[in-house]
Design a protein around this ligand. Sequence first.
Ligand code: F6P
Length: 320
Amino acid sequence: MKKIAVLTSGGDAPGMNACLRAVVRYGIYREYKIYGIERGYAGLIKGDIFQMYPRSVSDIIQRGGTILKTARSLEFKQFEVREQAVENLRSRDIDNLIVIGGDGSYAGALALHKEFGINVIGIPGTIDNDLAYTDFTLGFDTAVNTVLGAINNLRDTNASHERVSIVEVMGRNCGDIALYSGLAGGCEYVLVPEIKTDFKEVAERVNLSAKRGKTSNMIVFAEGAGDKTELISTIKQITGRTPTVTTLGHIQRGGSPSNVDRVLAAQFASYAVDLLCKGEGAKAVGIKDNKIFAMDLEAALNEKKDIDKNLYKMTQLLSL
Ligand code: F6P
């Protein structure tokens, strides 16, 4: 019987479990034996590989994180280590692998395909939404909803105390979490790594919006958007007000996946299994203009992500 192995790798993202569940059950429906690999590439190297059945994925659709566990494996960058990992697949007659993760995970999968001919399919799973070839990654919608919950709470206290507040969100290189939560949360300013922002200008706009009678001033700050301490001191200096700072951190990585992420998980997983049925390898699954698709894995990795300038402009226009 044909076999597919599946792993989750890199930062965990809500929806990974729902995706694993769909890979296992849809894969079995398509007459494959399915194998789970623990701790991403680290488990592949060690041979932590076990067969999964429909009941192995019971009661996980609603859970954040990943029951397979995940890791960031630096070791996997070495050729000899990858050779060992492939041996662990070959000795079990497995030549199909589904990798749920971000760009680092995709790079590992691509190496397995190029060097050893393993059929690999990448499913985008990362809260950052930093893969350029797809409009959305698994976990992003849930993470934005988590940030929105925090923003809603902060707005209450901001309005009551007429405060300025900074909400720091994840995104070292990609500002999508900040952008979407800033727009959906009705925030005054969104600071992202892709666009250099003059902190003085932000502070001056805080003054301006106070003059306009706004009671709440919320700045969403992506962690890679510059020096937060400098932003705080510039605001203090120019406005005479001390902003409250809330860093959401890893809270954004957990939580029950949203409807959007659960449905996307099922769509990505079934599409990935169908590709393997057709004998395809080295493909990345994604969603573009609301349609599930796949493209060459290497080409997908080479695409450069940029921030959506229209949405960015919209956050500014709507914060008058
Ligand atoms: O998954 C990407 C990401 O969420 C980044 O936005 C963040 O900086 C990073 O992971 C933190 O991950 P960890 O500390 O778990 O390695």
